[in-house]
Design a protein. Structure first.
Lengths: 180, 261
């Protein structure tokens, strides 16, 4: 297909934006699970949308838009994580007062606290696969496409991640140590 | 570990938990799980993990999407920014940029853009100066008939117009009127007023420039205006307030009036 052109009357652009719109709730949900923070999650979604726009020429109308968007989000998140690991988290001044006071865990159901905490303990690559499959309901093939890995790798990460989660839950140890 | 756990493979257990198992293998997996407490415990734990994860984060997908995350709005904003900074350092633009300085896009048709913007600015500023000082008849249709006003002006301009909400900036809608623009074309003016009685007007006209531009700022005496062009429309926000608050108002007007077809 022709590249979508950014222009106010471009039909292709509208189609592209409609496709993006369809997946915003999914992106928000997944971002929330990755970051465990509402503001950070929505920032991630916004970055993802802007990058998708800048790469709209790579979008295919008959392709898998969800996998394409999730791939973009993963890349941004991976970069952010790398960058933030070496520097303190900054909060915009005007948001400092209200938002900081609310711990992310408050939005989590009490019954799920241990699961949430255990999930944070997993290596990122295992957490991603589990979230794509469990939360997003992706097929293994789609998760593989999203992450750019073989389906066999998806299965082994899923298996190791789930087993690790199960052990942690059985031991009951990590949960309440992490939850603030 | 009783029974024969290795009749199914590990991935089949997960596929069963996730509802992704091929129908033909279902009976085999269910039999294996029934015969093996260890497998059954794992399957139960994995299923519980799935449910916990959905319960933890699922709600986020059902919250209303904030405006700043709506793709059509992100695109409009993004597009505006594209014109505010030099876009894409591709070789051609870079060459022009090095030779001619910044704002490669704007510079290409600079004469035409400047002329068109000046023209629109003068119309918007004139309209502002004539009507903003009116006490009794500042508008034709007052804000108490806002729905009618919007419908009427949208119809006359042949474009769906919305009235920007400027209350966060302290301005409430007074009303609006129809104006003549160049060549017998219609234009619309919306007037806003703050608590101090300062007025800001929003000017929208059918104006075929074929250009898209960044905000431009122009003043005549103590009235300033931000102007921007779309290929078929021209917009201006005028007021005798200082540049920064006028820019803040203009950004909201831009976000509201940007056609999202």
């Amino acid at each position: 297909m022709r590249p979508a052109r950014i222009g106010k009357s471009g039909k292709t652009l509208d189609l592209f934006l409609d496709h993006l719109e369809r997946w915003i709730p999914n992106l928000r949900r997944y971002a929330r699970a990755l970051t465990r923070d509402r503001e950070q999650a929505d920032d991630l979604v916004q970055d993802c949308l802007e990058r998708a726009l800048s790469r709209r020429h790579l979008w295919k109308v008959d392709g898998n838009t969800r996998a394409w968007l999730f791939t973009i989000m993963h890349n941004i998140h991976a970069n952010d994580t790398r960058r933030n690991s070496s520097r303190p988290i900054t909060v915009p001044i005007e948001e400092d007062a209200g938002h900081h006071a609310r711990p992310p865990s408050q939005t989590l159901r009490v019954a799920g606290l241990e699961t949430a905490a255990a999930l944070q303990e997993l290596p990122n690559e295992q957490r991603q696969v589990i979230l794509l499959v469990a939360l997003e309901g992706m097929s293994y093939g789609e998760a593989a496409e999203t992450l750019g890995i073989a389906q066999g790798t998806v299965m082994s990460r899923l298996s190791r991640g789930r087993e690790r989660l199960r052990r942690m839950m059985e031991d009951g140890a990590p949960g309440l140590r992490i939850v603030k | 570990m009783n029974g024969k756990p290795y009749e199914i493979d590990e991935s089949e257990l997960h596929a069963w938990v996730d509802g992704q198992l091929a129908e033909a293998r279902r009976a085999a997996v269910e039999a294996a799980v029934a015969a093996d407490d260890g497998l059954a415990a794992r399957a139960g734990a994995y299923r519980a993990q799935n449910e916990e994860i959905r319960a933890l984060f699922g709600d986020a997908a059902h919250e209303p999407v904030p405006r700043h995350l709506q793709p059509h709005r992100v695109a409009a904003r993004w597009n505006r920014r594209r014109w505010l900074v030099p876009f894409a350092a591709s070789a051609a633009w870079l060459a022009i940029g090095l030779a001619g300085g910044w704002f490669a896009h704007d510079r290409l048709g600079e004469g035409a853009v400047v002329e068109a913007s000046r023209h629109v600015a003068s119309q918007a500023l004139s309209a502002h100066r004539v009507y903003a000082v009116e006490v009794l008849h500042p508008v034709e249709v007052f804000a108490d008939q806002e729905a009618h006003l919007v419908k009427w002006l949208s119809k006359r301009l042949g474009h769906q117009i919305r009235t920007p909400d400027l209350t966060p900036q302290g301005f409430r809608l007074v009303g609006g009127r129809l104006l003549p623009a160049e060549g017998g074309a219609p234009a619309a003016q919306f007037m806003y007023e703050n608590a101090a009685g300062r007025r800001v007007t929003v000017y929208v006209s059918l104006y075929r420039s074929g250009q898209e531009t960044a905000f431009r700022y122009q003043t005549v005496e103590d009235v300033g205006a931000f102007i921007w062009l779309e290929p078929d429309m021209a917009y201006a926000v005028a007021g005798d307030i200082s540049r920064e608050p006028l820019l803040a108002v203009s950004r909201i007007v831009y976000d509201t009036l940007e056609p999202v077809e």
